[in-house]
Design a protein around this ligand. Structure first.
Ligand SMILES: C[S@@+](CC[C@H](N)C(=O)[O-])C[C@H]1O[C@@H](n2cnc3c(N)ncnc32)[C@H](O)[C@@H]1O
Length: 261
């Protein structure tokens, strides 16, 4: 199977396995969308890709062979992120290397997006990784969260450590967020990638990281724009920034970012 079709197949299997959508009808509809998107990307995407609704060919470096067959090929079986989300993550990490703080990710699962960050940092900056490594905690389950306890449990700390074994300066913080922020009061952060999906976890991350971000520091939220997280990660971000000067910069990938003033 060619790499593009292998990737499409992996994504479909991953999507079907992870119970992100609950209703059968909704799952079938989204699976069909994934299939159509996957076929389109496998067949037509490249350095410049025809994008709807702009009806223009745009520069799409995330679909270029350099990225898809390089970084993305390495992580595709370990991440729920699409090419474009991984590419933006990599670009922002590279940018934030010059801000002089540490790097963090909350929500690791199988370590794919953490690998993208570690690779972009090349051992030059500390990268701290926070997750239960056993799946969603017991706090998941509010009707609006889109998840229940144990979702994303098909991973382990040991398997992620093995996957990231080539990188130095990676620190693992297994356990429940925010308990695992204890002892890190005096840290200064250049960049935080928050991919925890549910309301209580996203809010806990913002409460910890926001006051400790360097000026100009970047918080990237992976799930802000996804409809299923409208009352989960998005609501946490909107509640938190309602009384602060920074506002979420909404991106066409479903991500949003905050630039600390
Ligand atoms: C969507 S997955 C992360 C996906 C990952 N970034 C990737 O590359 O595919 C969400 C993760 O958040 C973790 N998580 C959510 N709330 C948490 C909490 N309060 N404490 C620790 N981990 C949490 C879950 O265990 C799960 O692994």
């Amino acid at each position: 199977m060619s790499p593009q079709y292998r990737h499409m197949f992996d994504r479909l299997v991953g999507f079907a396995r992870n119970p992100v959508q609950k209703g059968a009808g909704e799952r079938v509809r989204l699976l069909s969308q994934q299939l159509i998107h996957g076929l389109y990307v496998a067949q037509f995407a490249g350095r410049y890709t025809f994008m709807l609704p702009a009806a223009q060919r745009f520069f799409t470096p995330w679909y270029a062979p350099e990225f898809r067959d390089g970084v993305f090929a390495r992580v595709r079986a370990h991440t729920l992120l699409r090419e474009e989300n991984c590419h933006l993550l990599e670009s922002l990490v590279r940018h934030a290397r010059h801000l002089g703080g540490d790097f963090a990710e909350c929500g690791i699962y199988r370590g794919g997006s953490a690998w993208v960050m570690a690779n972009a940092l090349a051992g030059q900056h500390a990268l701290h990784l926070f997750d239960t490594f056993t799946g969603m905690p017991a706090t998941a389950g509010a009707a609006t969260d889109g998840h229940t306890e144990g979702d994303f449990g098909d991973t382990s700390l040991a398997s992620v450590q093995t996957f990231l074994a080539d990188f130095s300066s990676v620190h693992f913080h297994p356990g429940f967020i925010p308990d695992t922020f204890e002892g890190l009061d005096n840290h200064q952060w250049a960049f935080a990638h928050i991919d925890v999906d549910i309301y209580s976890s996203a809010l806990a991350c913002l409460e910890y990281f926001y006051p400790r971000m360097k000026p100009g520091g970047v918080i990237l939220l992976d799930d802000y724009g996804y409809r299923i997280y409208e009352h989960a990660e998005k609501r946490a971000v909107d509640d938190f920034f309602a009384t602060r000067p920074e506002k979420p910069i909404v991106l066409p990938t479903g991500q949003a970012m905050i630039l600390k003033i």
